[in-house]
Design a protein around this ligand. Structure first.
Ligand code: CMC
Length: 380
């Protein structure tokens, strides 16, 4: 009997989870019971506490969590040296993926997959991700790495380690919102890769290295950088419409930042980021990127409605203009996504290691059978 093929595992449930729920028809995203719109005033650390421990922290719990994290930001010297030795034009996602893998060599127990050890590694990766991204950014600009400030939050420290200057409260708040919105999203490609890799009971670093590699792709986290590349190439609000029409006229054309495997309506994260982008545009007095994004969304919505298709803006669409207005270079957009998603990946690894089942689906063979071996000299 022919098996049923679920290409891309679309619609397949491979396990159960208590972390996150997505209702693609209603456009709902829920972290452990809380609709995402409830969490936009929370700090990233509060949301990580929620994802990892199941509850929002009390003030004392939050301060204990921050104290636990503060000493973990510092990177091993060997990893900083490795980043320093990379060619300056290395894509920051290649740098991040390589550095995460290398961290295992400096860990006293990289391989233990008991809950205590995995959570110890998770806490260090949570704060080392921003440190790695910021350190490589400084090194490639021939600037010395900045020692993290134990008094700052993850969002604040990330901005501080990038610029070397005390971050403004407003920029830290925007970064917190971006980190919260990108923290977790169920069984997306990179999280599935993390869980699947861990399911052989290999180590946390291997699972997270694989996840970073998956996130990098333009159909996943790489889309935010692709959105900005498109906006830069388009250059003006007036030129947006023709760009969208030309892209859609190509049967393989994709307007980046639109479409989703699960959402059939607007991604709720895109709606929140649209508001952030609008506010930043007003505050900065430069609304170019926001206006272009708005026009692209208008034309896409109109064209998709004509075709009767449910392809709406996703999280990567408005994050591009937000990061641009915060001053990030476009090849840092996907690393910022990784700085947020490490929390979701780790939440899933805690579940996976706690109750593991090896991921081992089947693939339907369509090749030949029954061929006989012919020695090489007789093959002609
Ligand atoms: N622009 C134009 N057409 C699109 C788009 C788009 N952005 N997205 C989907 N389609 C069309 C696609 O061409 C196909 O058409 P047809 O049926 O005529 O061949 C149809 O919609 C279904 O597309 P699919 O790729 O088979 O569907 P999927 O569920 O695998 O798509 C997706 C999900 C995210 C890969 C896709 O929408 C896409 O490529 N979007 C652009 C990249 C992007 O923004 N990725 C970020 C995803 S959300 C957050 C994250 O993971 O980082």
């Amino acid at each position: 009997m022919e098996p049923t093929i679920h290409r891309g595992l679309a619609g397949v449930y491979f396990d159960t989870s208590h972390i996150c729920h997505i209702d693609g028809e209603r456009g709902e995203l829920i972290y452990r019971g809380y609709d995402i719109s409830e969490l936009t005033d929370a700090s990233y650390e509060e949301v990580v506490h929620l994802l990892w421990r199941g509850e929002l922290p009390t003030r004392d719990e939050l301060s204990a969590f921050r104290q636990e994290l503060a000493p973990l930001f510092a990177l091993p010297d060997g990893v900083i040296e490795a980043l320093r030795n990379l060619p300056k034009d290395t894509d920051p996602m290649h740098a991040l993926r390589s550095a995460v893998s290398l961290l295992a060599a400096y860990d006293e127990d990289p391989d233990g997959v008991d809950d205590t050890n995995v959570r110890r590694i998770g806490a260090s990766l949570l704060v080392r991700f921003p440190a790695l991204v910021a350190t490589f950014e400084r090194l490639r600009r021939d600037l010395p790495p900045v020692t993290p400030d134990p008094e700052l939050t993850i969002a604040g420290n990330f901005l501080y380690m990038l610029s070397g200057e005390a971050p403004s409260e407003a920029a830290t708040r925007v970064m917190d919102v971006a980190l919260v919105l990108h923290a977790e999203h169920g069984s997306n490609a990179s999280t599935f890769v993390a869980r699947s890799t861990a399911s052989s009971l290999t180590d946390t670093y291997s699972a997270i290295t694989a996840a970073v590699g998956s996130l990098k792709g333009p159909l996943h986290g790489g889309a935010n950088a692709a959105v900005m590349k498109a906006l830069e190439a388009i250059g003006s609000v007036e030129a947006v419409e023709q760009y969208v029409l030309d892209t859609l006229a190509d049967p393989k054309g994709r307007v980046m930042g639109f479409g989703h495997r699960v959402y059939r309506v607007l991604d709720p994260r895109a709606a929140i980021l649209r508001g952030v982008s609008e506010r930043l545009a007003e505050e900065s007095g430069d609304s170019t990127w926001f206006e272009m994004s708005l026009e692209m969304e208008r034309v896409m919505d109109r064209e998709m409605e004509k075709k009767g298709r449910q392809i709406k803006a996703n999280v990567d669409f408005f994050s591009a203009s937000v990061y641009r207005m915060l001053g990030f270079p476009s090849d840092q957009y996907t690393p910022i996504f990784a700085v947020a998603r490490i929390s979701g990946w780790m939440a899933h690894l805690y579940e996976q290691y706690a109750d593991n089942s090896l991921t081992r689906p089947r693939i339907h063979y369509l090749g030949e059978t029954g061929k006989r071996f012919v020695p090489i000299d007789e093959r002609g």
